[in-house]
Design a protein around this ligand. Structure first.
Ligand code: F6P
Length: 341
């Protein structure tokens, strides 16, 4: 069996741990051969490959990023993209593909499966917004990084009697904001799922100062004020039609500063949340995903994705991961609200 492996979309701590799990079990236990595809779907589309064996995966467990490289290439949007990819995979003698990615990468994997190609998916995103899996790897690391940042912001906020705003990632789902905000004792958490009322936020900020504390607001990049629009970096779209987000934190700082008279500053964590070494939780989850993905290849469970349900790794249809985003339920948000203000 000759198996291709690729990583697509935004990078994520734990990608290398998945690749290592796939290759180690695949070579040692099943005697498979591997081909590494470079830069997401661009690899099979353009025939960009690298050697992938035990030697290449040695020492990569704690390394952030992906040794295969990544991109947001969307085969479905490229004229003849799917057909060209299938032809390349056939020419290279690839029997199966392990695709590690988020909703976009796995959406393309679903299309390839519908065309009859043998694909197994592995869910990846720091946003934790893929359905059918309780957690995606990378999320725990992102939350850990954001929590540490919030802990550090507290001391400056208190020393300077300032409002400090921490903008975290989360385009459609506020999981990172919710978990890091709760863990870091934020004064307000604003997420894409619940439009926020600026007057209410100002009220929370003022009550925090009255209690002789300084407020920390955690805001997800996709959060929206009531009746407002998304704040974006510019008007360009990537090949999956996504705008570049960021800016809501700065906007909010101006608004609360004007209304309260207290100085407000914003820290945008950006790609720091996606970089560097994964937490031990993410290393274990990613490793288990990798091991189980290659076993799914052995079992010819084509068109499935490995997923975490409780503490078990299970297989679910690829479509189950992508047909609906897993957003923060209102009850979960309301739990955090007990600490606002
Ligand atoms: O999907 C993961 C994610 O980190 C989002 O939270 C964020 O909006 C996006 O990727 C940023 O992508 P890029 O690094 O391509 O700008």
């Amino acid at each position: 069996m000759r198996v291709g492996v690729l990583t697509g979309g935004g990078d994520c701590p734990g990608l290398n741990a998945v690749i290592r799990g796939v290759v180690r079990r695949g070579v040692q236990e099943y005697g498979y051969e591997f081909v590494g595809f470079r830069d997401g779907w661009k690899g099979p589309l353009e025939g960009l490959t690298m050697e992938l064996g035990i030697e290449q995966v040695r020492g990569i467990l704690p390394r952030g990023g992906t040794i295969l490289g990544s991109s947001r290439t969307n085969l479905v949007k490229i004229d003849g993209g799917i057909e060209r990819t299938e032809e390349n995979l056939r020419k290279m003698g690839i029997d199966a593909l392990v695709a590690i990615g988020g909703e976009d990468t796995l959406g393309v994997a679903t299309t390839l499966t519908e065309h009859g190609f043998h694909v197994i998916g592995v869910p990846k995103t720091i946003d934790n917004d893929l359905s059918a899996t309780d957690y995606t790897f990378g999320f725990d690391t992102a939350v850990q990084i954001a929590t540490e940042a919030i802990d550090r912001l507290h001391t400056t906020a208190e020393s300077h009697h300032r409002i400090l705003i921490c903008e975290v990632m989360g385009r459609h789902a506020g999981w990172i904001a919710l978990h890091s905000g709760m863990a870091g004792g934020a004064n307000a958490i604003l997420i894409p799922e619940v439009e926020f009322d600026l007057d209410e936020v100002v009220g929370w900020v003022e009550s925090r100062f009255k209690a002789s504390y300084a407020p920390i607001i955690v805001v997800a990049e996709g959060a929206l004020p009531k009746g407002g629009t998304l704040v974006t970096k510019d008007a360009t779209l990537d090949s999956f039609g996504h705008v570049k987000l960021s800016g809501i934190g700065e906007w909010l700082a101006q608004q609360v500063e004007e209304r309260t008279g207290y100085e407000a500053r914003t820290t945008v964590l950006g790609h720091i949340q996606r970089g560097g070494t994964p937490t031990s939780f993410d290393r274990v989850l990613a490793t288990r995903f990798g091991l189980n993905a290659i076993t799914a290849v052995k079992d010819e469970a084509w068109g499935t994705m490995v997923a975490l349900q409780g503490t078990d790794i299970v297989r679910v249809p690829l479509q189950a991961a992508t047909e609906k985003l897993k957003t923060v339920p209102i009850e979960r948000y309301n739990e955090a609200k007990s600490f606002f203000g």
